[in-house]
Design a binder for this molecule. Structure first.
Ligand code: ADP
Ligand code: MG
Ligand code: MG
Length: 210
């Protein structure tokens, strides 16, 4: 089994649905330790992606899908998360460029490139209470699964589960990047919105692989 363009399209469409479903939850999280727009930012961005997917020609690759996501998020999402997720998808596109099918090892390359893109752009370390606290454990868990011979869906499932745990684990942290870093100790006890949305995006990737 491998995943291809149908999976990539299903992932992004499912992400748009899930972000819309969780819009208020993400806004509420961002209201606690940010400016309350994270759900709106991502909903606007992924809603804008959907019609653009329809314009992709037959024969498009997963990389082509991710490039559309990247450029649309960068141009339509105000706020930190637009360029961060945009860079993640741009680097993911680069990692699987020219491939019609992606195997478990390829998914690890994709996830690693996405995470590294976010770090390149935002310079956050693990423990800074950002989306990196979801993406980094996701990459590690996905890589461990792939090394033990897991199939594509199992690699994605391991990554999503680690991202979900990583998002929860941001709750006790003080933030060192982004708006929440202005709050000092007052950010303690609140989950980082970008880590939560990252977990939702990665869970959508699993659901698309079934
Ligand atoms: P803004 O903070 O500009 O309103 P959003 O609310 O859309 O943008 O996104 C906030 C999220 O962006 C945070 O919850 C955090 O996960 C992420 N974030 C902010 N700065 C950084 C950074 N430097 N590196 C990684 N992620 C970051
Ligand atoms: Mg915000
Ligand atoms: Mg904002």
């Amino acid at each position: 089994m491998t995943v291809g363009t149908d999976w990539a399209l299903a992932w992004i469409r499912r992400t748009a649905d899930v972000i819309a479903e969780h819009r208020v939850e993400l806004i509420t999280l961002d209201r606690e330790i940010g400016d309350g727009d994270h759900g709106e930012n991502l909903d606007r961005g992924f809603s804008a992606v959907l019609p653009k997917l329809e314009t992709l020609p037959d024969g498009s690759t997963p990389s082509d899908v991710f490039k559309v996501v990247a450029t649309t998020l960068i141009s339509t999402v105000g706020g930190a998360s637009g360029p961060l997720f945009g860079t993640a998808f741009l680097k993911a596109a680069g990692a699987v460029s020219g491939r019609e099918e992606i195997d478990s090892a390829g998914l690890v390359e994709l996830l690693t490139a996405a995470r590294d893109g976010i770090v390149l752009r935002g310079k956050a370390d693990v423990g800074d209470k950002t989306m990196i606290d979801a993406w980094s454990p996701a990459v590690e868990a996905g890589a461990a699964a792939a090394e033990s011979g897991a199939d594509e869906r199992t690699v994605l499932d391991a990554a999503a589960a680690a991202a979900e745990a990583g998002a929860v684990a941001t709750e006790p942290l003080v933030a060192h990047k982004g708006r929440a870093s202005y709050l000092g100790e007052r950010a303690v006890g609140h989950r980082d919105p970008g880590a939560q949305s990252s977990a939702l995006i990665l869970r959508a990737a699993v659901e698309a692989a079934t």
